[in-house]
Ligand binder design. Structure first.
Ligand code: CAA
Length: 293
């Protein structure tokens, strides 16, 4: 490790990348943040600052701890420099294998030969990614959950050729990040996405069939099953585009039960991606879901 807690490169600053960078910085890791558009990396760091301000206001973080976390964060102009000398790379770019492979090829050239190479993918194969980038033994899945700073689980995904050492390092990192981890073999959708998307897709088919309103379907699962958030509101939180990409992949890999509902495709085409665009199965105003009509 290059310093007490290690240096992490976080690649991608969407909801997940930003949240992961926040966790890394607040748990003492030097954190380099990269996005294809350099201004996005800077914006993500500013947004993390705003999130930490809220924690300070609630008395959950001291002013000093916030300042220390912010000094650990820096934007990188390119993926290569972000990864130089780092201990761990965590990639959180869109769910596209070709995109991830291209990015990791640059990472492999720049990062130390022993760096742990992690993807936050929700469903793609770590075995395939590891083989394609020529580093299968140190490629591992580190699957975080939205919102990353809040959700306790870290799903560690072990590819066919991932080494025991890489899994042990991933488990140690999970602990250092304050997460509880499970280790899952590399099957499409792992343990969590496979179950999570099926519930969401079925809820969408129920909306299509006119079973009940989105808000009532959600209320049913919130009050009847004690889910913290119904499957449609959760889809809005995660992003309809993200869920569609996972379903398309699992449909190809696992079969008919994962066929994406036409309504989901239509909404994605219309740009109704959920919370991040202000509309999905709900309208979103100031971060709060408002039921439709
Ligand atoms: N970032 C940081 N903190 C956040 C946050 C965010 N985006 N959203 C909420 N929080 C914090 C709040 O500040 C609050 O903190 P305090 O307790 O300190 O006040 C706490 O979380 C609870 O938030 P709220 O009181 O606003 O609302 P809530 O009690 O309804 O909780 C929730 C919100 C944590 C999101 C909760 O509804 C929940 O757990 N929902 C389910 C989330 C889930 O299932 N995520 C997994 C999605 S699947 C996935 O991510 C994987 C994939 O591959 C796609």
């Amino acid at each position: 490790m290059s310093d007490a807690n290690g240096t992490v490169a976080v690649l991608g600053t969407g909801t997940m990348g930003q949240g992961i960078a926040q966790i890394c910085a607040t748990t003492g890791h030097t954190t380099r943040v990269f996005d294809v558009a350099p201004e996005r990396a800077k914006k993500a760091i500013d947004a993390i600052g705003a999130q930490l301000d809220k924690l300070v206001a609630k008395g959950k973080l001291t002013v000093e701890a916030r300042a220390q976390a912010m000094t650990r964060l820096s934007p990188a102009e390119a993926a290569g420099p972000a990864c130089e000398g780092c201990d761990v790379v965590i990639e959180a770019v869109p769910e596209d294998m070709a995109l991830k492979v291209t990015l990791f090829e640059e990472v492999v050239r720049a990062a130390p030969k022993g760096a742990l190479l992690a993807s936050n993918t929700s469903s793609l194969s770590l075995t395939e990614l590891g083989r394609k980038i020529g580093a299968p033994e140190r490629t591992v899945g580190l699957h975080f959950f939205n919102p990353p700073p809040v959700m306790e689980l870290l799903e560690i995904v072990r590819g066919l050729a991932t080494s025991d050492d890489a899994v042990l390092r991933a488990q140690a990192l999970a602990k250092a990040l304050g997460k509880t981890s499970i280790v899952v073999n590399d099957v499409p959708g792992f343990a969590t996405s496979r179950l999570g998307v099926i519930l969401g897709a079925e809820a969408m088919r129920m909306v299509e069939m006119g079973v009940a309103s989105a808000a009532d379907i959600d209320r049913g699962m919130e009050l009847g099953y004690r889910h913290p958030m119904g499957p449609l509101k959760l889809t809005d939180l995660v992003g309809l585009d993200v869920r569609l990409a996972i379903l398309e992949h699992l449909h190809r890999e696992l079969g008919e039960q994962f066929r994406p509902p036409p309504l989901l495709r239509q909404m994605v085409r219309a740009g109704k991606l959920g919370k991040k665009t202000g509309e999905g199965f709900y309208f979103w105003k100031d971060g709060v879901a408002v039921a439709k009509g």
